[in-house]
Design a protein around this ligand. Structure first.
Ligand SMILES: [Zn+2]
Length: 104
């Protein structure tokens, strides 16, 4: 009567709930980065369509407006930024397209 007690023991099932598997997140390690909008942080800072040097930061080298992910702005400021960039484009302070495309 040599019962194999070990076989009766339930094996611990591999759990698949831990972080790292599934979820689709790409960032691993480190604390979660909470980026705060630069214009919310600094109340004195205003988005001004006349300041092309300031808006240039949020425009790609192809002249496109950078998305929220790139700019790190909040919805409100991203919206006013895009309006400011469009105004600046109209005043020819910012390009509509990449410089090398503009060649006549
Ligand atoms: Zn903001």
């Amino acid at each position: 009567m040599a019962y194999n007690t070990e076989a009766q023991q339930q094996e611990p099932r591999p759990r698949r709930y831990g972080p790292g598997e599934g979820g689709g997140g790409r960032r691993f390690g480190g604390p979660p980065v909470r980026r705060v909008c630069a214009y919310c942080k600094d109340r004195n800072l205003r988005i001004d369509y006349k300041r092309a040097d300031m808006l240039q930061r949020y425009v790609t080298d192809r002249g496109k407006i950078q998305g929220r992910r790139g700019s790190g702005l909040c919805a409100r400021h991203q919206r006013s930024l895009s309006v400011a960039i469009k105004r600046a484009r109209h005043l020819a302070l910012l390009p509509y397209t990449a410089a090398h495309v503009r060649r006549v």
